[in-house]
Design a protein around this ligand. Structure first.
Ligand code: FES
Length: 103
């Protein structure tokens, strides 16, 4: 399978300490900006219908606003239950003013 580079947004679209949702193809993604570094994971919580781009961010952790589980934004690992399954994360590449994932 060849790696595809997909443009998600411009760096200026995501404020520091915030996230946006980006839909592309079959993917619904949460794009985070932590101190100017960008991280991408699936937007839909592995535990249910929560949208992680809408959850509060505490440092490197995003809280799902549905049942208040939380995930590490950089790794997708579960930080707090009731989530059990890590979020899928994507390799992010920033080129110029655009944010891409390799998928
Ligand atoms: S849907 Fe996210 S914690 Fe339940």
């Amino acid at each position: 399978m060849s790696v595809q580079k997909i443009e998600l947004c411009k760096t200026a679209d995501v404020d520091e300490g915030a996230a946006i949702r980006v839909e592309t193809g079959d993917l619904s993604l949460a794009v985070f900006n932590l101190n100017g570094a960008f991280y991408v994971m699936d937007d839909t919580c592995s535990h249910g219908p929560g949208s992680l781009s809408e959850g509060p961010i505490h440092g490197d952790v995003v809280e799902c606003d549905f049942h208040n589980g939380s995930f590490n934004i950089k790794t997708g690992e579960v930080v707090d239950p009731p989530c059990m399954i890590p979020q899928k994360t994507y390799k992010v590449v920033v080129e110029g003013d655009a944010v891409f994932i390799e998928a």
